[in-house]
Design a protein around this ligand. Sequence first.
Ligand SMILES: *Cc1c(COP(=O)(O)O)cnc(C)c1O
Length: 212
Amino acid sequence: MEQLPPDVKLLAVSKFQPVEALMEAYRCGQRRFGENRAQEFAEKAKALPSDIEWHFIGHLQTNKLKLVLPYAYMVQSVDSVRLVEAIEAWAARRDRTVRILLEEHLGAEETKQGFTEAELREVLAHAEQYGHLRFCGLMGMATRTGDEAVIRRDFGRIAGLRQEILTEMPQLKDFTELSIGMSGDWRLALEYGATCVRIGTAVFGPRPGPEK
Ligand SMILES: *Cc1c(COP(=O)(O)O)cnc(C)c1O
């Protein structure tokens, strides 16, 4: 992969990849990995070196928190109030703080995952109720399409929302991340201020097994 600007984080999305593939990236210096299934996340986190920063990026069911939260540096894919509350409760019981990104539902018709803009504002307006969560920013997935105008519309929406939140809610001092951009659209994402790009196939090659 070409060089990213130095202030943009590369999250290597290693879902479906065998542990050896992750180790190869690790030996090349990669330390941030993203997984989207709870069981696989836990297994890899246990098997791989402890200085890896693990990001969860898939739909997280509340009954799977115990697989993910002990190892997660960040949960990027928080997509419902129910999940916000469940993570808060989990963290409060253990006197821990969990870093999260709120996922905005963008165009992608094939998935309903993510908050609407209104829901997302509502959660952030009550952020102080969640003393064990660190609201670190937004995550979004653009519509899966070859139509650049549609992808730009999606990225423009989430980048605009982020800007508004930063202006309207300066008390959210950790709200710095914008996680947008995947293998097919990360160059565009940089134009919209991505601070983290989540790259799978462009790092590891095609995923073995089922495409998800
Ligand atoms: C799989 C996945 C990616 C990476 O997709 P690629 O197209 O392989 O780069 C990024 N973000 C999320 C949420 C994913 O599930």
